[in-house]
Design a binder for this molecule. Structure first.
Ligand code: ATP
Ligand code: MG
Length: 435
């Protein structure tokens, strides 16, 4: 192994700022390799970018070149030259080169199928595509934290082992918990815990995994996804919609500011992202049903809207939609019913445009104990399973609202990806828990 003399090396991106004739030392991995006459052309990548390097096949370098295959790691130094044919217009004429970790027969070739790329995701993460997506994801996570903190929300952390369903039993993962004395599940949402925390901190948020045994295979469901959730005391549905709009707008703005290069590399339609400004369109569930019927979709009032319906609906709009006023039966039991119209709830979803659909689900919660008990019973659930949750309505209850935002879906939409598995480094789906 060579010595790690970090101060000597510069990120590849910075080489492009150096003048012709400067000396540069870089380290990274072989992205492409080809020999031509007495020269070898090595395109090297690091986390910041790629650059072409040219090596004269002189005797002292030949033994090193023999260790090179795609993805071999190396360090090199040389002189920066302008060359129009090189990507980015500059290249390095190599004077010294050392292979650090040889690589032979890297398994990913040009014609790899999407399924194979998932099998070797641990290696595919090195691709320029995944590198761009992961940088966008980093910006999205950072921006969500920044936004909540700028609005006075406290970050909190909730358990992943839980004992009662938040989102209904069908997607619960049951665990073989120590001693098996009672049923334990993986959390589907941190919402109930956030509701408890507002009585201390008033405005709280968390970003954590949620787990759902999703049986339907769609392009937007993972079994383990990253969930940004917020809850605020003294708020109604309209107050919380404003927070959601502010959050989504801020994240998109940050992505455009910090990750334009990556978005362009992914061929994202930038104009559609520039449209994302509040207020978003407000569409009632009733109106949505009418729009869908006019578009020839076979839906009836009272039915839930799935990915297909949302695709048709959101294709009609050039920025996100807030869809509100869902029938009681299509939303979870904790949603407050509209006092003016008890058959619908004060629940709302934010749908991303361009066919992407739901990225946020939120609304006002029931704050009255009896109203909550009645609804739990109406939903065929057992109030005794929700004892501590009912306590929150017994000791100084307040009106409150909150929402959950799927971080992977947000990344998928912002980056313009065709499938959610591309939005997270190691996707978990019903069919995949490897690598
Ligand atoms: P869907 O109808 O698409 O299954 P949902 O109504 O079950 O969504 P919520 O329970 O409201 O979703 O969860 C809040 C947010 O969490 C959703 O708006 C979505 O962005 C995200 N989300 C929910 N389930 C998943 C999943 N399986 N994979 C990725 N993200 C998810
Ligand atoms: Mg769901």
């Amino acid at each position: 192994m060579v010595l790690i003399e970090s101060e000597k090396y510069i990120p590849i991106k910075e080489v492009f700022r150096l003048e012709e004739g400067s000396k540069a030392s870089i380290r990274g991995w072989v992205y492409r390799y080809r020999e031509f006459g007495d020269k070898a052309f090595i395109i090297v990548r690091d986390s910041s970018g790629i650059i072409q390097t040219v090596v004269e096949k002189k005797s002292d370098i030949i033994p090193e070149l023999e260790k090179i295959g795609i993805e071999a790691s190396l360090t090199l130094s040389g002189i920066v030259r302008e060359d129009k044919r090189a990507p980015g217009g500059k290249e390095i004429r190599v004077e010294a080169l050392k292979v650090v970790g040889p690589s032979h027969k890297f398994p990913i070739t040009k014609d790899a199928s999407p399924e194979f790329l998932l099998d070797v995701r641990h290696l595919w993460l090195r691709s320029r595509r995944m590198n761009a997506i992961l940088k966008i994801r980093d910006t999205v996570f950072k921006a969500v934290h920044e936004y909540f903190r700028s609005q006075g929300y406290y970050e909190v952390h909730c358990p992943m082992f839980i004992t009662a369903a938040v989102e209904g039993g069908a997607t619960l993962f049951e665990l073989d918990y120590v001693g098996k004395k009672r049923k334990v599940y993986l959390t589907q949402s941190s919402q109930f815990y956030l509701e408890a925390l507002i009585f201390s901190l008033e405005k709280v948020y968390t970003i954590a995994p949620s787990f759902r045994a999703e049986k339907s295979r769609t392009r937007r469901h993972l079994t383990e996804f990253w969930h940004a959730e917020a809850e605020a005391a003294w708020t109604d549905m309209n107050d919380i919609i404003k927070v959601e709009e502010g959050l989504v707008t801020y994240v998109v703005k940050k992505a455009l500011e910090e990750r334009l290069e990556e978005l362009e590399f992914l061929k994202r339609n930038i104009e559609m992202l520039e449209n994302v400004k509040p207020p978003f369109y407000r569409i009632s569930y009733d109106e949505a049903i009418e729009i869908l019927k006019r578009k020839g979709v076979n839906v009836k009032w009272g039915e839930d809207l799935g990915a297909d319906e949302e695709r048709v609906l959101t294709m009609q709009f050039d920025k996100p939609i807030v869809l509100y006023g869902f029938p009681e039966e299509v939303k979870a039991f904790y949603h407050k019913n509209d006092p003016q119209r008890p058959e619908v709830t004060l629940a709302e979803d934010v749908l991303a445009p361009e066919g992407y659909g739901e990225i946020i689900g939120g609304g006002e919660r029931i704050s009255d104990e009896q109203e909550l008990v009645n609804k739990i019973l109406r939903f065929g659930l057992r109030p005794e399973d929700y004892e501590w949750y009912l306590d929150l309505r017994r000791y100084g209850s307040v009106p409150h609202s909150g929402f959950g935002l799927g971080m992977d879906r947000l990344v998928m939409w912002i980056a313009g990806l065709p499938h959610i598995v591309e939005a997270i480094p190691f996707p978990r789906t019903v069919r995949r828990v490897y690598p």
